[in-house]
Design a protein around this ligand. Sequence first.
Ligand code: DTP
Length: 431
Amino acid sequence: MSYQFQKMPEEKVFKDPVHRYIHVRDQLIWDLIKTKEFQRLRRIKQLGTLYLSFPSAEHSRFTHSLGVYEIVRRMIDEIFRNRPAWHDEDRPLALCAALLHDLGHGPFSHCFEKIFGTDHEAYTQAIITGDTEVNAVLSRVHPGFAQEVADVINKTHQNKLVISMISSQIDADRMDYLQRDAYHTGVSYGSFDMERILRLMRPTEDEVVIKESGMHAVEDYLMSRYQMYWQIYFHPVSRGGEVLLNRCFKRVKVLYETGYSFNSVPRHLLPFFSEEVSVQDYLRLDETILFFYLQEWMEEEDAILSDLSRRFVNRDLFKYLPFDGSVITIGELTDLFTQAGIDPEYYFVSDAFSDLPYDYDRPGSKNNRKPIHLLTRQDIIKEISTQSVIINSITGINRMDYKLYYPKEMIVNIEDPEIKGSIINLLNELN
Ligand code: DTP
């Protein structure tokens, strides 16, 4: 039997808190899990710095990736198989893309990306198609298979059905992370009836659609995603950890560029400073390495770097305030901080974040998302917000929020009483 369909003599089973068990019978999938690039995901936390506010949120991209694989495996083996629109020869492609979709995530994900200009999606593709163990396994299927897997993750593959299983507004990725993140943060928001959604999913040539009797389960899923974003992912304390880490990396970069002599040279980061990063340089980075440097930076002579790293490692977070522009502008506050001798580049941070729970490419919308489609009893396809009042009420609504972060004790210690008084008054007004 060809490698892509080869089964192991015995099934491997992982215990999992979300899906109870994750089943691996395919040799191809087992070989991918054993590669060093996939094992690296154990050292990347799914929720970055969120563990600073939700202390048990230390789960990794490794377990999430297994979870996405398991959902896609169940879609295929329990729901899609033997339906005319599903072609079982696409099973290896779908399973590999599901398992590998987050392979390029770097330490602390988005925070690192913002400072060093990396893009986890581009790295996912570079790892899959580059000189790696993952590529060697995929190439055993056939020489072009790795590129096909990368194309599915990049959403450029011609097989739109497989793309929609992994990357759409109701996909295996989101269904896994909502439940997994809820479980590990300990909240109840992320729950929805995945079993019902799975049972009512139907493959078409272009996408996965949901039978109309599943509409209320989809409403619940979208609300759950909305709640998770605002209660967990955008929790202001969690954002505070990211703000601090961001300023730490920013300081390191500035010091490097101005010729500062580090006691402990962050050699893993040097390729990122010179922006000549190979796939191997990228793969060498994980959170254990960055934590090592953060501990080293606490001992540096540069007062800003040592203070910021100490704050991050020991969770001495900045204080935060809501900001809506009614009291003062960011520019005016920045000037006041500068006059008070507090460097606003590092100690006064404004943070903006937004989420669009559901939308699709339609007149007036500014995105190219594909809608969630329902399949009626008459086999007609309908866009879900035309059928659901609840979903209609959130369609296209982009909620935004703004916060200001600053170290409280630095304000208390400002020497000039006049400036100190005006800053304290302004911050009180904002609160
Ligand atoms: P989606 O398709 O839902 O928009 P994505 O951007 O493709 O998601 P990611 O894996 O990059 O997928 O992001 C989703 C995961 O990251 C999920 O576990 C939630 C988590 N996450 C999102 N925003 C934040 C944040 N600000 N801080 C920490 N974790 C976050």
